[in-house]
Design a protein around this ligand. Structure first.
Ligand SMILES: [Zn+2]
Length: 288
């Protein structure tokens, strides 16, 4: 403790607020530490005795510990923000965590449990190339849980890189390299192959053209060949529709690396629950 922040409190002279000489020394008593020699300083109207040096020292130590804790917290926060920016998670899911997801039925509780286990055991599952496919009804929390997964993995396995994008964003980003000669196509595709986990949302929303499909396949092939890197694919379509949209080649590879589809097939909308909570808050604020 005394060596905290490389300050040796035994050697460090205590800073004094006023540079003035004491006029005398007197025996003083501290309620906590007992007797000490107090220095008397003369001010215009009165004399003041210096405080207990041990109390002063403890005060400095407490301050140093609290400053250190504050610095650590700031670093953690800025680290979390940096990781969040790097992973390109949507801004509105900045606060998404497993604890803030409220399952509303047995099915959603099951899905939450599997996804939490996936995040906790990511290191082992990553080695096996295990991917997840979130499919089913809109508004059931698929994007929310994928962002909570990304955040959990980045917080607990700090060396892991996670990237979130929609299918459309990924295709647009790669296409940009095809129309702009200053951007390397290989580098752009590699940026989607490199992350330890790639989350692709909104599968099936865009009108997939053959050309898009080729680009998508290049990313999936690259990830598969790079020791089966996992993906989380998200779609509002049924697993049969996802199967046909992704094509046999991609689905075969996903199956080979022991990937699991997770059905979000309950009816009640997760967004509706949030909306209800918001509505209650608004009603409270309006007093209606
Ligand atoms: Zn004292």
């Amino acid at each position: 403790m005394l060596k905290l922040l490389n300050i040796d409190f035994n050697k460090q002279s205590m800073p004094t607020r006023l540079v003035m000489e004491p006029v005398q020394s007197i025996d003083s008593i501290c309620g906590v530490h007992g007797a000490y020699i107090g220095e008397v300083f003369r001010f215009t109207n009165q004399d003041r005795v210096s405080g207990c040096p041990k109390c002063l020292e403890e005060g400095y130590q407490k301050q140093a510990v609290s400053d250190l804790a504050k610095t650590r917290k700031l670093l953690q926060e800025s680290n979390a923000r940096r990781l969040f920016r790097q992973s390109m998670l949507p801004e509105k899911y900045l606060t998404a965590t497993f604890n803030s997801y409220k399952p509303i039925c047995d099915e959603s509780r099951y899905v939450l449990k599997v996804i939490q286990n996936y995040s906790r055991n990511f290191e082992q599952l990553q080695k096996k190339g295990t991917s997840l496919i979130f499919h089913g009804n809109p508004g059931t929390g698929k994007t929310f849980l994928s962002c909570a997964t990304a955040k959990h993995i980045q917080e607990h396995f700090t060396s892991k890189k996670v990237l979130y994008c929609t299918y459309g964003q990924m295709i647009d980003s790669i296409r940009q390299a095809y129309s702009d000669s200053t951007i390397s196509k290989t580098d752009r595709i590699q940026s989607f192959i490199e992350p330890d986990l790639l989350i692709i949302d909104e599968i099936g929303i865009a009108n997939e053209t053959t050309d898009e499909y080729v680009l998508f396949n290049r990313v999936m092939d690259g990830r598969y060949l790079a020791t089966a890197k996992p993906v989380i694919l998200i779609s509002n379509y049924s697993i049969e529709q996802v199967n046909s949209k992704l094509g046999a080649a991609v689905m075969d590879r996903l199956r080979e690396s022991c990937s699991f589809p997770l059905g979000f097939s309950w009816e009640e909308s997760y967004r509706k629950n949030i909306a209800d909570e918001n509505r209650n808050e608004v009603c409270d604020l309006l007093g209606i």
